[in-house]
Design a protein around this ligand. Sequence first.
Ligand code: BJ2
Ligand code: ZN
Length: 683
Amino acid sequence: MAHAKVCARWQPFSGAAWAATVLLLAAAGGLADTTLQSSDDTPPTPTPTPTAQRADLQQLEQQARAFLQQYDREAARRLNDYELAAWAYDSNLTAHNQQQKLKASAALAAFTKEQWRRATAFPWQEFSDPDTRRQLKELSVLGAAALPPPRYDQLQKIIADMQTVYSKAKICDYRNKTKCDLSLEPDLVNILTHSRDAGELRHVWVEWRRASGEKVRDIFNEYVAISNEAAALNNFTDNSEMWLEAYETPNFREDLQRLWEQMRPLYQQLHAYVRRHLRMRYGDAEVTQQGPIPAHLLGNMWAQSWEAVFPFSKPYPDAQDTDATPKMLEQGYTPERMFKLSEQFFTSLNLSAMPESFWERSILEKPKDREIVCHASAWDFYDGKDFRIKQCTRVNMRDLFVAHHEMGHIQYDLQYKDQPVLYRGGANPGFHEAIGDVMALSVSTPKHLRRVGLLDGSEADDSPETALNFLYLQALQKVGYLPFGYIVDLWRWDVFKGWTTPDEYNCQWWRLRELYQGVEPPVDRSEDNFDPAAKYHVVASVPYIRYFVSTVIQFQIHRALCIEAGQFDPTDDKKPLHNCDIYESAAAGNKLKAMLRLGSSRPWPEALEAVTGSRHMDASGLLDYFRPLAQWLEEENRRTGQIPGWDRSKKNCVSGQEELYTQRADETTVPTGTTRSPTPQAL
Ligand code: BJ2
Ligand code: ZN
């Protein structure tokens, strides 16, 4: 469970001939502790053991190794069955395909449980080989398969249903109310990116939430209850603890909080700068001087990535743009060519090309004849050969980076394909998310874009103004993203813990949005709405903190690879980190490869150390990268009288829609009585 990959969120296992082991176990004095949760990975205590018992233990350890080998073969086959059924459904959302996927899921769970039973019968904590201990420890956390089969099936059905509502959701056009076939990808994404009509943006924002999140509010409650039941059966206090197990780090939450505090001042500078430009664009009535930013104006459905505001807010409007989209369109780029370009970057680092079958089986464009899960994803089919991406790709720079993100997953999958199934995962989930993004940090530099013909001019044309425009564009994606990457699971952890109760789900979501992101909804909200579930990972039950972790460590990894490639020198002003392109550096690629090949066979600090020399997550990579922009933003905000931070929102969040109407009527005389956020200063 700890390292299970996200697309198959199950614990792998095996199915074998067990008579010999059972006999041995009987000889050794019975079955081991059968609690579901593992304790730790510490070496066995060398208590004086009678010789006979020691011999039994050695024999048991040998048996365990044989078990793991057999398990590995069988697990790969079973996982392959499941992934094929899941792919069939996600790429054609029919009732029949859903049934098949749920059947495959139930079969995998039954197998997992059986293997868990066998694995935990070994006294693995006492084994001498650390690798055998690690694999059995991994197997000892059963996850959702611990549920009684009917309850397990119910959980999977709820997740599939929530994901399907999200994937099929449609809304009506702002102007033509009879045109009601607008889907998130590509229609709503296009409107949010290009429309500058605040009314239209508000419409799309509100309607999307009506068509997606609101529809799953009731079944989400059941999802929380069953997830917690599963966690309890695994001896965790609640599902948030089970999710955090993947990081194998005590006090992980405190570490994250510390990272956020380190980066918050930079975020607040960016926020203040963007707010000023939004005010200039949309007027004081839409955007106040000192309030949170209305979430519908940032060019993204969740206000998680802000690059769409770049055209009207760039620091130097007359300097060269670093957007590759115009050239991509001019050169007739296709989705396939975007992925080929990404593949070529990987191979230039001496990393692997995609197998032939990848190009045959992937879905790189939105099909016209059926409904699919359009949200981009990368798939490992666990047979060492079959790897695919499904993405409703559009030809633009944003999707070029998503293509790199997804290919980063496949590259990781390819590098650890010869590891046991139990180790075919990232060092921790954040590492898996970081690989493609590390590539994109090089690819997005003006230097690289010119090299591949996606930007005019030569390096000699690079002025400090172009560099700042570029860094600003990067910040809109990466810095703008940070608090969103953080709060999705801050919210879910408290929901699983029962600290946020169903009558507070939506208002608590907005408290976090306001407190950390400094955004507010364009209209009042209530508990009739369910805005967290308007985000894919919430309905698909995919943990989210991995993306926050990734955003931090990708800059650490980038910095280390840039030094390896001779592209970054902290003592040389002419080689700033943001200008580094590791293209064609086999030295950088080999360093990365050594880490990727480990999969999850070692605790993550070791993997990080192999590349960066440090065993700790650290925001200094990101802060180093953005330093020139941070200075510029500070000065610019001072010059224009912007005060970073925000006052409390004047938007309301109340228990029900009815209360909202009463309240509006009474607004002048009655105190709001609404759920309010703590002040930003309380952060
Ligand atoms: C677009 C991207 C995910 C991802 C998909 C869906 C959920 C898991 C996978 C896994 C990968 C693996 C995504 C990109 C950055 C921010 C975040 C967002 N889709 N997943 N099977 N992103 O991570 O690629 O493909 O191998 O573990 O959701 O909020 O858009
Ligand atoms: Zn990813």
